[in-house]
Design a binder for this molecule. Structure first.
Ligand SMILES: [Fe+2]
Ligand SMILES: [Fe+2]
Length: 733
C-alpha cells in the first residue's frame, strides 16, 4: 500500500484513472489519514444506497458506519451499537477481510486496507451468488439428511393415517408449499356407479385441480411424448390384461385421504377426524373406459409421471378454468401444482401426492416448484409409497383376521338362539373393564396399563374365548328337554303310550268276545288301566321339561314306567323306556346329564387346543392364556387347569368376570326370564365371597360403573334395576 499511495492528497480526479475507479465492479471507498471519506465509486454507492445522502466527501468513517448499522446492513440480531463497535474494531485493525450482509439480502466480502499515517481503502466484493450456492449445498445436504430421517420415521409408523399426514407435512416442508393432498387409489363399489356418471369434461371431477387438456401432458419446456405412447406405456385404457376385466366395470378412483392448506385453513382427513367432502376422482370413464385426462391427479395416476405446473393461470397446455372458479369463490390464487404418483414395489400407482403453491422462503411469494425440491419430494413419495403399501397390506390382513375371528364367533353365537351374542358381548365387556383398569388412578389398578397392541391382543382373545364351542353338539349347547338329542324323543315315548293303550283296548275286546267274564268288570279294569297310562304319560312329559327337582320317589316312578313292556315293531316285547331314556329322565336338576355337562365344559379344553395350534405372532402370544382361563376360579376349583388367582394374568381374570356376567344377564332359556341386574350382581357378589372371581376386579367392576354402562347398552330396560354397591362390597351403608 505504501508503494501505491505516497503521502498527500490521494484523491483520484480528473484523470482516466478516475473513470476506471468509478466503473470497477467491486465497491471502493477511499479514506484519508484522518479517516474521512475521500472518494466512493458507483458500486459502493449502489451497495449502500439506503444511506446515499451520508456518503459524501469529508464524512467520517465512524459516521458512515453508524448509518450503515442503522439502515444499510443486516445485523443478525445484534444491536446497532454492538454492530458498530465490532465494525470499528475491524476498521482500525486494517488488512482484514470478512463478510457482511446488506439489508436487501446481498452478501459482500469486505477487505480493509489501512496504511498508518496515510489513509486507507475499503473494498466490497459482491459474493451473493457464492453465498446462495453455499446455502443451497448446505440446504440440500441437510434435506437429504432430513429425507433419511423421514425414511426411518416412516418405516416406524404403523398407523396409516399418521403416515399419510407425515408424508404430506414433510413434502410441504421441503417445498415450503401452502397446501397439498394425498389421494389413495381405490376400487369403488360397482354399485356406486351409474352410466350417467360420466367424467365431468370441464374439471375431470375436481374443480380445484381439474383442467381441460388442450395439448400434450407436459409442462413448459419439456418435450412432449405422443399421447399414444404414453398410454401404451403404463395402462391399457379399456382392460386390465392381467385380470381380463373391462375397466368400465372396474371403477378405479382416487380418494382424498388427507388435505391441508395453510391459507385456506383447511385440515381434513388423516388424523383430523374430519371427513373430506369431495367425491373421489374417477380414473376411467364408466361408459367408454377411457382414462380421465382432465385432472392433474388422475393424469399422474394414469401415466405414472410427475406433472409439474409452474402457474395454472398461464398454462398453455392446460385450462384451469374450474380451478379459477374455485379460487374466485374462496378468495384464493392457485398457482404452482406439483403432482407426483406414488408407486409401490410392483411399480403400481397406489396414490398421488399433490402439492400446491410453493412459497419463496424469504419473501413468502408464491413461486414455481424448485426442480431440486421436486427431486427430493419424488424420492420422499417413492419411499412413502412402499411403506404405505406395506402398512395398508398389514392393515388389510388385520381386518381380514378380525373378520375371520368374528365370523367364527358369529357362527358359534348362531348355534343357540338363547345365548346368541355371547361371543360378541364378552369381548366388549372385557374391553370395558380393561379400560376402567387403565383409567384407575388409585387402588390396586393405579399402575395398570395396556398398550394399543396389548389391547388388541385382549380384543382377539375375547372374540375367541369360546371358539371351542364350534365342536359342541348343538343339542347339548341348547338342550331344552331331558330327552332331546337331535330331536325331542318325548314324542316317540308318547306314541309308545298310545300303543300300550291300543293294546289294552284290543286285549279288553278279545276278552269280551271270548265271553265267560263279567263285561262290566272287565271294562272298569280297562278304564283304570287307561287312566294309569295317561297319568304316567303326563308324569313323563312333566319330568322331560326339567323344571323341577327329581326326588327319589319320582326317579323310582320313572324306573317303574321304564320296566313296563310294549310290543316293538319287530313284534318282540321290549322295555318301555331304554336305558338312555330313563337315565336322562332321572336327571335331578335341569336337562343335562353329567356327561353332557362335561361335553359343555369341554369347550374350554377344545378352545385351548385350537388356539395352541395357531401360530400367533409375538404381539398376540398371550391370546391362548387370556382366552383359555375364563372358567378358572380364584381358589383353584375351576376348570380345566384348576389355576389359582396368582397363576392368572389380570386380563384373563377380567375375561372370567365378563363371561359370567354376560351369561347371568342373558336370557338363557326361552321359558326363563333374564335375571334382573341386581340379581346377577348379587350372584356375582356371592362368587366374590366364595373366592371364585377376583375381588379387586369385582370391586372395580362395581365402582367404575362398567356393569351399569354395559347394562344400558346391552340389557332390556326392564332388567335394569337398583344395585346396592355397599351391600355387594360388604360395606356398611
Ligand atoms: Fe366358555
Ligand atoms: Fe363364554
Amino acid at each position: 500500500m505504501t508503494d501505491v499511495l505516497p503521502a498527500g492528497d490521494h484523491r483520484i480526479n480528473g484523470s482516466a484513472l478516475e473513470a476506471v475507479f468509478e466503473i470497477l465492479p467491486m465497491g471502493l471507498m477511499l479514506f484519508d489519514a484522518g479517516d474521512r471519506l475521500l472518494q466512493c465509486n458507483a458500486a459502493a454507492r449502489d451497495y449502500f444506497a439506503p444511506i446515499a445522502k451520508a456518503i459524501k466527501p469529508g464524512a467520517s468513517f465512524e459516521k458512515l458506519a453508524r448509518r450503515m448499522a442503522e439502515q444499510a446492513v443486516r445485523r443478525d440480531g445484534a444491536s446497532a451499537d454492538d454492530w458498530l463497535a465490532a465494525r470499528l474494531g475491524r476498521h482500525r485493525n486494517g488488512d482484514v477481510a470478512f463478510e457482511e450482509q446488506l439489508a436487501d439480502g446481498r452478501w459482500l466480502r469486505v477487505s480493509e486496507n489501512l496504511v498508518a499515517g496515510i489513509g486507507g481503502m475499503v473494498v466490497y466484493d459482491d459474493i451473493t451468488a457464492q453465498k446462495t450456492h453455499e446455502r443451497k449445498v448446505r440446504e440440500s445436504a441437510s434435506r437429504y439428511q432430513d429425507l433419511n430421517n423421514i425414511g426411518v420415521a416412516l418405516s416406524a409408523e404403523k398407523n396409516v393415517n399418521r403416515l399419510l399426514e407425515m408424508i404430506l407435512q414433510e413434502a410441504k416442508k421441503i417445498s415450503n408449499a401452502d397446501g397439498g393432498t394425498v389421494y389413495l387409489y381405490a376400487n369403488q363399489e360397482a354399485s356406486d356407479w351409474k352410466p350417467k356418471d360420466r367424467i365431468d369434461q370441464r374439471s375431470g371431477g375436481d374443480r380445484r385441480s381439474g383442467y381441460d387438456r388442450r395439448g400434450p401432458l407436459v409442462a413448459k419446456g419439456e418435450k412432449a411424448k405422443p399421447l399414444k405412447e404414453r398410454r401404451a406405456g403404463l395402462m391399457d385404457m379399456r382392460s386390465d390384461r392381467r385380470l381380463d376385466i373391462d375397466r368400465r366395470a372396474r371403477p378405479d378412483v382416487l380418494k382424498s385421504a388427507i388435505m391441508l392448506n395453510d391459507t385456506l385453513d383447511i385440515a381434513m382427513g388423516g388424523t383430523t377426524g374430519k371427513e373430506i367432502p369431495f367425491p373421489p376422482l374417477r380414473i376411467f370413464d364408466p361408459v367408454t373406459g377411457e382414462g380421465n385426462y382432465r385432472n392433474v391427479a388422475t393424469v399422474a395416476a394414469l401415466t405414472g409421471e410427475t406433472v409439474d405446473i409452474p402457474d395454472a393461470y398461464d398454462s398453455e397446455e392446460f385450462d384451469f378454468s374450474g380451478t379459477k372458479a374455485f379460487d374466485a369463490a374462496n378468495d384464493y390464487r392457485s398457482k404452482s401444482f406439483l403432482t407426483i404418483p406414488m408407486k409401490n414395489k410392483q411399480d403400481e400407482v397406489i396414490g398421488v401426492l399433490q402439492m400446491i403453491n410453493a412459497r419463496d422462503r424469504d419473501s413468502g411469494e408464491t413461486i414455481a416448484f424448485d426442480p431440486e425440491d421436486r427431486k427430493i419430494i419424488e424420492s420422499l413419495a417413492s419411499q412413502a409409497a412402499v411403506t404405505l403399501d406395506n402398512q395398508m397390506l398389514l392393515e388389510g390382513q388385520k381386518v381380514l383376521l378380525d373378520s375371520f375371528i368374528q365370523l367364527i364367533a358369529g357362527a358359534i353365537d348362531e348355534k343357540s338362539p338363547y345365548t346368541g351374542g355371547h361371543c360378541e358381548r364378552v369381548p366388549k365387556l372385557t374391553e370395558m373393564l380393561a379400560e376402567a383398569a387403565c383409567q384407575a388412578t388409585t387402588g390396586p389398578f393405579r399402575d395398570f396399563q395396556l398398550t394399543a397392541e396389548e389391547k388388541y391382543e385382549l380384543h382377539i382373545a375375547g372374540w375367541m374365548h369360546d371358539c371351542g364351542k364350534v365342536t359342541t353338539p348343538e343339542y347339548v349347547v341348547d338342550k331344552s328337554t331331558k330327552l332331546e338329542t337331535i330331536y325331542d324323543r318325548i314324542e316317540t315315548v308318547v306314541t309308545r303310550f298310545e300303543t300300550l293303550k291300543r293294546d289294552a283296548e284290543i286285549a279288553c275286546l278279545k276278552d269280551l268276545a271270548a265271553g265267560g267274564i263279567d263285561p262290566a268288570r272287565r271294562e272298569a279294569e280297562h278304564r283304570a288301566e287307561l287312566e294309569r297310562l295317561d297319568a304316567d304319560r303326563e308324569f313323563i312329559k312333566q319330568a322331560n321339561v326339567g323344571g323341577e327337582f327329581m326326588d327319589d320317589d319320582k326317579k323310582d316312578r320313572v324306573r317303574r314306567i321304564a320296566a313296563m313292556t310294549w310290543r316293538a315293531p319287530d313284534g318282540e316285547e321290549a322295555p318301555f323306556l331304554d336305558e338312555n331314556e330313563s337315565y336322562n329322565l332321572c336327571i335331578s336338576r335341569g336337562t343335562l346329564t353329567a356327561e353332557e355337562r362335561t361335553i359343555i365344559n369341554d369347550h374350554i379344553v377344545v378352545t385351548i387346543e385350537m388356539l395352541a395350534k395357531l401360530p400367533f405372532p409375538k404381539s398376540l402370544r398371550r391370546v391362548p392364556e387370556y382366552a383359555g382361563g375364563h372358567h378358572e376360579k380364584m381358589d383353584g376349583t375351576g376348570y380345566p387347569r384348576g389355576l389359582k388367582r396368582n397363576q392368572m394374568s389380570t386380563p384373563a381374570r377380567m375375561m372370567a368376570i365378563a363371561d359370567i356376567f354376560e351369561a347371568l344377564t342373558a336370557a338363557d332359556r326361552p321359558y326363563k326370564k333374564a335375571k334382573p341386574l341386581s340379581v346377577a350382581m348379587k350372584i356375582m357378589g356371592f362368587m366374590k365371597n366364595d373366592n371364585h372371581i377376583d375381588p379387586d376386579l369385582f370391586e372395580l367392576f362395581v365402582e367404575s360403573g362398567v356393569y351399569r354402562e354395559y347394562a344400558e347398552n346391552f340389557l332390556a330396560p326392564d332388567q335394569i334395576d337398583e344395585v346396592d354397591h355397599d351391600a355387594l362390597l360388604g360395606r356398611k351403608s
